[in-house]
Design a protein around this ligand. Structure first.
Ligand SMILES: *[C@@H]1O[C@H](CO)[C@@H](O)[C@H](O)[C@H]1NC(C)=O
Ligand SMILES: *[C@@H]1O[C@H](CO)[C@@H](O)[C@H](O)[C@H]1NC(C)=O
Length: 361
């Protein structure tokens, strides 16, 4: 105890010194790496869309693989339309007809998904340049913080909003994301998600139907033809959405569909409260696994149902079911469903979204 207490201030000083020297060119688009001390766990991120470009993790034999889909260069992410690794906002997922009423005023968002608004619009947070606020790579728990000021009326949303996201490595193999947002002058819906596409066998290694998944949720929010929640919060028991026990992803995937494609694209009502275990994923072949912890009421499971011939990193081509996404979040279209947990942030309040991926092998 005494020893830890002595070491901590020294570590903090070292970190701050490095942060100070990394201050130049904060708004140019760059690629930043965070690596653990052992060198077998690392990520790359870019301030374009606060995007997670790569996550390199060991398997049970120590073999390293990059376990998220993406592109080799930032230009690939700029051109891409699949939200690989992106930080999505101001409101991720769908808002019905891009319309909502807040404090008696009607708002109209940019429509980009049939009749609905999806993932914050045409130029949401995943398609803007963030400021690099702090980059602290040479530390026991290296981190980087991105900042974005969203303006009143951006993509139709009300009020100015300050948004921060920190990516951090800690423990032996922990990756955490801390997001916060503050509304500067008007109430607004906020729902930030990280849209990483996971393939624990390595990106581009084929489909993830053999991954074993567990989602700690006993309810989900059924949707209509256009992927908008009906408002019902239904039990998963007796349906192919029931993933409460570890289940091979492919075992019942043929029985579910969303928006016309076979596969999971569904929001679960997370069972636990506060910062809680949301899901476990394991690739039996490599032994790579993670636990996902978060503090959000929902989690979207998406099994890359629409991926097709997407040219990704290192010449790999990504196809259907080539990855899975677990996006902890507010319920989709919460702003139009008073029975869903509220996703409204008011001036003076703070939106906080914490995620923790605990990797093992
Ligand atoms: C941009 O995206 C399109 C469609 O996804 C793809 O066909 C094209 O090769 C991409 N171009 C570059 C330069 O990455
Ligand atoms: C949001 O996160 C940033 C970066 O960690 C921090 O500086 C800021 O104080 C946080 N804001 C609030 C309201 O907690």
């Amino acid at each position: 105890m005494a020893r830890a207490a002595l070491l901590l201030p020294v570590a903090l000083l070292l970190c701050l010194a490095l942060a100070g020297s990394a201050g130049a060119a904060r708004k140019t688009v760059g690629v930043y790496e965070l690596k653990n001390k052992k060198g077998d766990f690392s990520i790359k991120v870019t301030n374009w869309g606060a995007t997670l470009m790569s996550v390199i993790a060991p398997d049970s034999k120590g073999n390293l693989a990059d376990v998220v889909l993406g592109y080799d260069t930032v230009a690939g992410f700029v051109n891409g339309s699949s939200y690989f690794g992106a930080l999505v906002g101001r409101v991720a997922n769908r808002v019905a007809k891009g319309r909502f009423v807040l404090d008696g005023k009607a708002y109209h968002l940019y429509i980009n998904d049939g009749k609905n608004a999806l993932h914050g619009g045409h130029r949401g947070f995943s398609k803007v340049i963030w400021t690099v606020k702090e980059y602290v790579p040479d530390c026991d728990s290296p981190y980087i913080t991105f900042y974005y000021r969203s303006f009143d009326g951006e993509q139709g949303f009300p009020g100015d909003l300050d948004v921060y996201v920190t990516y951090q490595l800690s423990g032996p193999y922990d990756l955490s994301l801390h997001m916060n947002a503050t509304a500067l002058n008007k109430a607004t819906p906020v729902n930030l998600v990280n849209h990483a596409y996971w393939n624990l066998a390595g990106h581009g290694s084929g489909d993830v139907l053999g991954h074993v998944i567990q989602v700690l949720a006993s309810q989900y929010t059924p949707v209509d033809q256009s992927m908008i929640p009906t408002g019902e919060i239904a039990a998963v028991a007796g349906t192919p959405y029931d993933l409460r026990r570890p289940t091979p992803l492919g075992s019942r995937i043929g029985l579910v569909s969303g928006g016309g494609a076979v596969g999971y694209d569904v929001n679960y009502a997370v069972h636990g409260q506060g910062f809680t275990l949301v899901a476990r994923v394991r690739d039996p072949a490599s032994g790579r696994a993670f636990e996902l912890w978060a503090n959000q009421p929902g989690v979207q499971l998406y099994t890359s149902n629409w991926l097709k011939d997407e040219k990704g990193k290192a010449g790999k081509v990504y196809g259907k079911y080539g990855a899975l996404c677990l996006e902890t979040q507010a319920f989709p279209d919460a702003v139009n469903h008073p029975n869903f947990p509220s996703a409204i942030l008011r001036p003076g309040g703070v939106y906080r979204h914490d995620m923790l991926f605990k990797f093992s092998s």
